[in-house]
Write a protein of this length. Structure first.
Length: 127
């Protein structure tokens, strides 16, 4: 799967939490999200759209909007990737609750697809 196909697929399945996602689909979408975050941060700096929150943290409006736009597809593709490795999408909650959980889910997402069909659908490598 190419970069463009992966991004298109993830955005088309914006809140599609069922099914399976190949490694290439997941990691290309992660790369896309990082690129969007960098561009948003640069635009916030160029247009001086940063405000200081009550905690003293600088926040840019473009970064906030981009982050909100990508949060649901990011969760969805992570859940589909976990399904592809034969794990429940509920493992995503482990990453949301603690820092160590994010490392665990990271390593789960590195793994290869479960061969053949599993409870979450057909192997996307064969499609």
């Amino acid at each position: 799967m190419s970069f463009g196909q992966a991004v298109t697929t993830c955005l088309q399945k914006y809140v599609g939490f069922s099914g399976r996602a190949r490694r290439s689909e997941y990691w290309y979408f992660v790369l896309f999200a990082i690129i969007v975050a960098i561009i948003a941060a640069v635009l916030d700096g160029v247009f001086n759209l940063r405000t200081v929150s009550a905690a003293g943290q600088k926040t840019g409006w473009i970064s906030v909007i981009a982050g909100l736009a990508l949060v649901l597809p990011s969760i969805a593709v992570t859940m589909r990737r976990l399904h592809d490795t034969g794990r429940s999408g509920w493992w995503w909650l482990v990453s949301a609750l603690c820092g160590i959980g994010a490392i665990i889910v990271f390593f789960f997402c590195l793994g290869d697809s479960q061969s053949g069909d599993n409870a979450y659908g057909a192997n996307p490598k064969n499609a």
